[in-house]
Design a protein around this ligand. Sequence first.
Ligand SMILES: NC(=O)c1ccc[n+]([C@@H]2O[C@H](COP(=O)([O-])OP(=O)(O)OC[C@H]3O[C@@H](n4cnc5c(N)ncnc54)[C@H](OP(=O)(O)O)[C@@H]3O)[C@@H](O)[C@H]2O)c1
Length: 293
Amino acid sequence: MKVLLTGAQGQLGHCFRDIFPSNWKLVALNRLQFDITNYSAIDHFFATHKPEIIVNTAAYTAVDNAEIEQELAYKINVLGSKNLAIASNKYNVRLFHVSTDYVFDGNKKSPYLETDFTNPINIYGKTKRDGELVILENNPSAIIIRTSWLFSEYGNNFVKTMLKLATEKHELTIVDDQFGNPTYAGDLAKTILDLFKKEIDGGIYHYCGNVPTTWYLFAKEIFDIALKQGMLTHIPKILPIHSKDFNTKASRPLYSVLSTKKLSQYGIKSSDWQKELATCISKIKSIQGVLLQ
Ligand SMILES: NC(=O)c1ccc[n+]([C@@H]2O[C@H](COP(=O)([O-])OP(=O)(O)OC[C@H]3O[C@@H](n4cnc5c(N)ncnc54)[C@H](OP(=O)(O)O)[C@@H]3O)[C@@H](O)[C@H]2O)c1
């Protein structure tokens, strides 16, 4: 099996590389080696290297900066996605693409289904939703996996930000009125690999953590585990606040819990994120050591 991975240097790309079976061929390329906004380079690559599967983890992911860099976010998340859809359709390559819970406005009170009405409330979410649409239009057999609140030992994410802030601040205010599902990026990578072997129709699927929470409660779990594992010597005081009192450039949905029922029909289990959080923190600890304050 010959697989092309885009965005190989990103958080999910890194996790995917870690678990990729050694008996398959992986061509893992970063932005400099494979720019998804450059159609002629993509076409040339597909014609020359003939991958059987492409996993697209490349994206513009800076949610707040997207409000300022709208054109760049659109170019990567919409035009880049369209390029991959056209080329994968032309060369009959199976495309796996990743999208986000931020395609929803957060007004629902029960977990979002794949068929639910989308209404993104920030530019990042709009570009990711438009990316989904251009993919389905240009390659109906593409598989799009929406996920949420990704964390891992790699890249920038909430867990690493909290651990860093714990060493810098005595008191933190954390939003406690946004509900979502943290997802260990390694579990998502494994799920994508598992789906390679399944007969699965093109379309949208949800994959995320098994238990919803808020950013405040997520932070509490991070600090409790880091303290228990001896990574932090003490933890900052954390105060729950409302989104309206936390100034960010981009608005975020208050509720973006995803239903994973559709994928569970294929035997896929949600990410046991609380268990993986402990493992992830111990991996971060082995890289960074004890964070002294
Ligand atoms: N992180 C989350 O919480 C979250 C939540 C829901 C969904 N998602 C989705 O999950 C996917 C993976 O996210 P992630 O956390 O792994 O993101 P990430 O760490 O930001 O990785 C994205 C990668 O894409 C690369 N990239 C950007 N523009 C590119 C281009 N034109 N051509 C090729 N590569 C390009 C980036 O390279 P540079 O570093 O060089 O820019 C980066 O390595 C994305 O589709 C994201 O929208 C993420």
